[in-house]
Write a protein that binds this ligand. Structure first.
Ligand code: GLN
Length: 208
């Protein structure tokens, strides 16, 4: 499996390191040709306006939309989540704009620039040894967005204690408002690789 990480701006290096720690081939994506042969894509945190503008400039918007239309897994963390969203409250900035979520940028304001929160995430049971329930995930939020609403096909994966949605999945699309690549807990990357990524199609029936 080969996973690309959008490497226009933001903390793409940390995602690549985590993928490599998990034994997955990972590469930086800056140009459409870098997307050849990818099985999935991660869009990292950073500054969504900058990442969006550079994605337009480097002709990456349509190839990423095509990849999503082909049902390849795409995960947006923080700024990446903003870029995936269909609706960011009318702000004028370039988006991939396909995931049926309404996102509010900088939802915690200037007073709370960054914080950590313990999230209970039932979906991480899929990457927890059998018979054990998943430990809480310590999520790092940095000038974070939140999800204000989700469409009918979207599964909410994690909320803050007050009910604010901070992680969601729509088929092969995953969105997290926080930064799993900045912690030593690799479960969200494992979840993306093993649960969101579709199993490879059987070749000539030999794999069945
Ligand atoms: N506040 C940033 C934005 O709106 C996102 C922050 C992040 O990715 N950590 O683009």
């Amino acid at each position: 499996m080969k996973i690309g990480v959008l490497a226009l701006q933001g903390d793409f290096r940390e995602h690549i390191q985590v993928l490599r720690r998990l034994g997955v081939e990972a590469c930086e994506v800056r140009l459409p040709a870098d997307m050849d042969g990818l099985d999935g894509l991660i869009m990292p945190g950073g500054e969504s306006t900058t990442i969006g503008k550079l994605a337009v400039q480097y002709d990456l918007v349509e190839p990423i939309r095509k990849m999503i239309a082909e049902k390849k897994p795409v995960w947006g963390t923080c700024a990446g989540m903003i870029i995936l969203a269909r609706d960011i409250g009318g702000l004028d900035q370039p988006l991939i704009g396909v995931m049926d979520i309404v996102v509010q940028r900088n939802a915690f304001g200037r007073q709370v620039d960054s914080f950590e929160a313990e999230l209970s995430v039932p979906a991480l049971a899929s990457v927890t040894p059998p018979g054990k329930s998943p430990e809480p995930f310590t999520a790092v939020f940095i000038r974070a967005p939140v999800i204000r609403a989700v469409g009918p096909g979207v599964e909410v994966l994690a909320t803050l204690d007050d009910g604010t949605i901070v992680a969601a999945r729509q088929g092969t699309l995953l969105a997290t408002a926080f930064h799993p690549e900045l912690t030593d807990d690799l479960r969200w990357h494992q979840y993306f690789l093993t649960q969101v990524a579709l199993p490879p199609a059987p070749r000539n029936g030999q794999d069945t």
